[in-house]
Design a binder for this molecule. Structure first.
Ligand code: G6D
Length: 348
């Protein structure tokens, strides 16, 4: 297990640090203090050829120019908040609208655009970095002085573990995630069409044209959203299901069944033989198939394109503050928020 730190760039005259974490099985994970953002994961394929399996860049400035949240820590609230409005204990709040008539991913210049304090650590069989951020009361319209930390770690079981903690001095909303885009082929000329996805979920959240949840949970049976058995993601790109056609693929939350002790999600790529299993303490995973990527977004000198990557954004259901049964995302003083998401890499 190794961890080392290198200069990755400069932002507002401050150094951007990138940490490289490696284990003894050929896995390499890179993460930077700008946005507590994952910049790379490399794993071996079935021929033991190692390649990057996420959309990322070795050029810091690419992250200043893109707005696709590649590998970023998202917060205070992942996903859309309808009309940017919510109320807590009878007090109404209005957030800045950065996505049409709604607020998305915590609002403009949120966690993903901020410099986090970084603290590398090494414990038996694990190396990692804890990123800390102070989000002041009123930041992007959210109440409460919020102290957040997100710890990235890599271990010898080929697990990338994310641990989130937060405390607040006023009731606020908190629902973070990581916006990693996987492409397990290791070839960023290839789309994810033939990736196979399994989700431990019998219901997905219907969305409106603007991407906000309608509040209705739809049974996946007999739809292109049924991933209860492994299925190719391409079917959502060719489907005439209105929810697929709305977004040209997937951009949907899946309510996790949370029964049995298997992973909540498994993504496989048959040619390379790579797979990643995801387990989370959250009640949902948002699957976004990179529908909005285009050649205008260039990462590491390569233009992106629709369906070049697929996210598994573990989080509480989006817009939960407005929908009964979606889960509680109110964080109150005296309570420590904790959540964990584990991505374990291996071969099929
Ligand atoms: C689009 O609707 C999608 C979001 O789900 C995604 O997170 C973002 O692009 C990167 O807004």
């Amino acid at each position: 297990m190794e961890i080392y730190k290198t200069e990755f760039g400069s932002f507002h005259n401050q150094t951007i640090w990138q940490y490289t974490l490696t284990n003894d099985n050929g896995l390499k994970l890179k993460v930077m203090n700008y946005g507590a953002t994952l910049t790379s994961i490399e794993t071996p394929d079935k021929q033991e050829k190692t390649a990057r399996i996420v959309i990322g860049s070795g050029r810091f400035n690419d992250y200043l120019e893109e707005d696709a949240y590649f590998g970023a820590t998202i917060g205070r609230v992942a996903g859309r908040i309808t009309a940017g409005k919510f109320s807590i204990d009878g007090t109404n709040y209005q957030l800045p609208l950065n996505d049409g008539k709604n607020t998305n991913h915590g609002g403009p210049d949120s966690f993903e655009r901020l410099l986090w304090d970084s603290h590398p650590f090494r414990i038996p069989d694990q190396v990692g970095v804890r990123f800390d951020l102070f989000s002041p009361d009123g930041s992007n319209g959210f109440p409460g002085n919020l102290n957040v930390s997100v710890s990235y770690s890599l271990n010898q079981k080929n697990e990338w573990r994310l641990h989130y903690e937060a405390t607040t001095d006023k009731p606020t909303l908190f629902n973070p995630t990581n916006h990693v885009y996987f492409n397990l082929s290791g070839d960023l000329d290839q789309k994810v069409d033939h990736h196979l996805l399994t989700l431990n979920s019998h219901r997905f959240g219907e969305i409106n044209k603007d991407g906000t949840p309608t509040g209705r949970l739809i049974d996946v049976a007999d739809t292109p959203f049924d991933f209860t058995q492994s299925a190719v993601v391409k079917r959502g790109f060719e489907s005439d299901h209105p929810q697929n056609k709305l977004v040209n693929g997937y951009d949907h939350p899946f309510f996790l069944d949370k029964h049995g002790d298997g992973p909540d999600a498994v993504l496989k790529e048959p040619v390379s033989g790579r797979q990643v299993s995801m387990t989370t303490t959250n009640n949902a995973v948002v699957v976004y198939s990179g529908n909005g990527l285009s050649e205008k977004i260039v990462m590491d000198g390569k233009p992106t394109k629709p369906h070049l990557g697929i996210t598994l954004e573990a989080q509480m259901m989006p817009d939960a503050i407005h929908h009964e049964g979606f889960g509680n995302i109110i964080l109150r003083p005296g309570v420590k928020y904790e959540a964990d998401t584990i991505y374990q890499f291996g071969l099929i």
